[in-house]
Design a protein around this ligand. Structure first.
Ligand code: ADP
Ligand code: MG
Length: 237
């Protein structure tokens, strides 16, 4: 088990800075990409050089996008929300990717789950990141379960996979920026999740067993917590 919030609290300032920088990098990247594509069309002899440049640009773009996920969106909208349609939307969004990887996602909700005071787009981002990780943890395919339950007056959400699992000694690394074990990973997904859940006054826990699978638990309060700085009070970037 790893309790990730303390780490994410430390990252709060770094995260906002990173998101600010990411925002500034985006436009020049788009312009660079356009000119490289143009040059590629005009110079047949150096196609492979241009292709490498474009691949590397895509890589920068991916990292920048993930860092941008850390920022509070300008049109941030916290409201009372039923999480069932939100989760169903996310599953529908990622399902075609799951099917291609031979992964079956099933969803189960306990009855009478209360609404949660939350930012819809940011919570969707969290579940997209978690489902992607679950899919990536099962290279040969398998089942993912998304559950929603009551937990002591709060709402608990679970993403369970039957993937490769995480060795105990790697647990403390989770949520650190750029910590990844994947060739094409960014190591920014879990950090973003932690930051968003922290913004909601919730907690994120990870349970895992090598060779058996991983469960990510998110516990969210059902009411606005006055002690937590809900975005909307400040625009960060
Ligand atoms: P990335 O997916 O880009 O590597 P993340 O922050 O999403 O970055 O995840 C960091 C690391 O945590 C992953 O590289 C992987 O080693 C581990 N991890 C996260 N989720 C899972 C999971 N469901 N099963 C196994 N390992 C996981
Ligand atoms: Mg990830």
């Amino acid at each position: 088990t790893a309790r990730l919030l303390q780490k994410s609290e430390k990252l709060a300032i770094v995260g906002q800075l990173a998101a600010g920088i990411a925002h500034e990098i985006r436009n020049p990247l788009t312009s660079l990409k356009g000119f490289i594509q143009l040059s590629r069309m005009q110079d047949e002899h150096k196609q492979e050089y241009f292709d490498i440049m474009l691949t590397e640009l895509d890589r920068i773009n991916l990292i920048v996008s993930e860092l941008l996920g850390l920022s509070k969106p300008i049109d941030v909208l916290y409201k009372e929300q039923d999480l069932k349609p939100l989760l169903q939307d996310v599953v529908a969004l990622i399902n075609s990717q799951a099917v291609m990887e031979n992964v079956l996602i099933s969803v189960a909700f306990e009855p009478d789950i209360p609404t949660v005071f939350c930012e819809e787009n940011q919570l969707k981002q969290v579940f997209i990141n978690l489902l992607k990780n679950a899919i990536e943890a099962m290279p040969a395919g398998g089942d993912i379960k998304v559950d929603m339950k009551h937990k002591g007056g709060k709402v608990a959400l679970y993403v369970l996979d039957e993937g490769i699992g995480i060795p105990e000694d790697r647990m403390p690394k989770l949520g650190e920026p750029f910590y990844t074990t994947k060739e094409k990973g960014t190591g920014l997904g879990l950090m973003t999740c932690c930051k968003i859940i922290e913004n909601h006054g919730g907690e994120l826990n990870i349970f895992s067993k090598v060779g058996e699978g991983t469960t990510v638990e998110i516990v969210l309060p059902t009411q606005k917590n006055p002690a937590v700085d809900m975005p909307g009070t400040a625009i960060m970037i």
